[in-house]
Design a protein around this ligand. Structure first.
Ligand code: ZN
Length: 307
């Protein structure tokens, strides 16, 4: 397959206890940012819609699961299944600031749509699953980095450093894997490669809650912020393939982040669990103070955690 990994050279084996299998480590070098951007104290997460967010911190600008279709547009989810978009993106694709790289949880059109396939510059680095990286290569994207579980990418931009680790995620129940793409959750550790990160952000990806997720807080304690893909997506009206409100709270209780933001909750007609389901469960669990609700276009500002 025509997959160019020129910027994704395996660096070195990760230091892990013997019980935790080490992932492969890739390197991504980006052109330096302006000094002002790199030294800004606070970071932001702007919610664009679906699972698309713009993360800006320490000079990095990261775009997740780019979906820029509009209300009334349809996406194909494989096997003749389609879904209709019910919302508009808060920002148009051609109005985005320059992007350092994209984090793509999996290859579904509500996460990487036809417009993005056509218009996103083909040399945009995209960090994703091995399966999605292969598909992106066929679409002409020449800087996709495909990760297996626990693989990492160390990103360097001038003086700024961050590291992304692919963590477990599974779209649907075990028996449904043949119908669904592989999914990765992402752990974004900002700050020096060695030692504690200045900010640790977890993105769930389209996953259900299952046992493997329990390994995430064991390997990555002290998560500052979690972005949760909710929606209780049902395919064929029956099979649940993303977390509903109750699952979202269950995941919070497993991951135990300082703070959480729900995303991927009302953008398609196949999303069957409204945000109110999650809000109700959050309240019942006494987690109100730990959750921020963003409407499309709204921004959450964070400061590095005092450790
Ligand atoms: Zn989705």
């Amino acid at each position: 397959m025509a997959l160019n990994l020129s910027l994704a050279v395996p660096a070195h084996a990760q230091q892990q206890p013997a019980s935790a299998p080490a992932g492969e480590v890739f390197a991504l070098k980006l052109p330096a940012a302006s000094a002002a951007a790199a030294t800004e104290a606070n970071g932001t997460v702007q919610f664009i819609g679906t699972a698309t967010v713009l993360i800006r911190y320490q000079g990095f600008t990261i775009l997740t699961d780019p979906n820029f279709l509009h209300k009334g547009d349809h996406v194909h989810l494989g096997y003749g299944l389609t879904a209709e978009r019910l919302t508009n993106p808060a920002i148009e694709l051609d109005k985005l600031p320059p992007i350092d790289f994209v984090v793509l949880s999996h290859m579904h059109e509500d996460h990487f749509d036809k417009l993005v396939q056509e218009k996103l510059p083909k040399d945009t680095p995209i960090v994703t699953t091995k399966e999605a990286a292969a598909s992106l290569g066929k679409l002409g994207f020449n800087r996709a980095i495909g990760l297996g579980k626990w693989d990492q990418v160390e990103v360097e931009k001038g003086e700024s450093r961050m590291r992304l680790t692919a963590v477990p995620g599974r779209h649907g129940k075990a028996g449904m894997q043949a119908l669904l793409p592989s999914v990765m959750g992402s752990m974004l550790d900002f700050g020096p490669t060695k030692g504690a990160p200045t900010y640790r952000m977890y993105i769930s990806g389209d996953t259900l809650v299952y046992d493997d997720l329990k390994a995430i807080p064991q390997r990555f304690p002290g998560i500052d912020l979690a972005l949760l893909h909710l929606g209780g997506t049902r395919i064929l009206g029956v099979f649940k393939v993303t977390m509903d409100g109750k699952d979202g709270v269950e995941l919070l209780q497993i991951i135990r982040p300082q703070h959480a933001i729900p995303i991927h909750y009302n953008d398609y007609d196949v999303f069957k669990s409204p945000l109110a389901d999650f809000a109700r469960e959050v309240k019942a669990a006494g987690l109100d103070q730990q959750v921020s609700y963003l409407a499309h276009g709204e921004t959450y500002t964070f400061s590095p955690r005092k450790r």
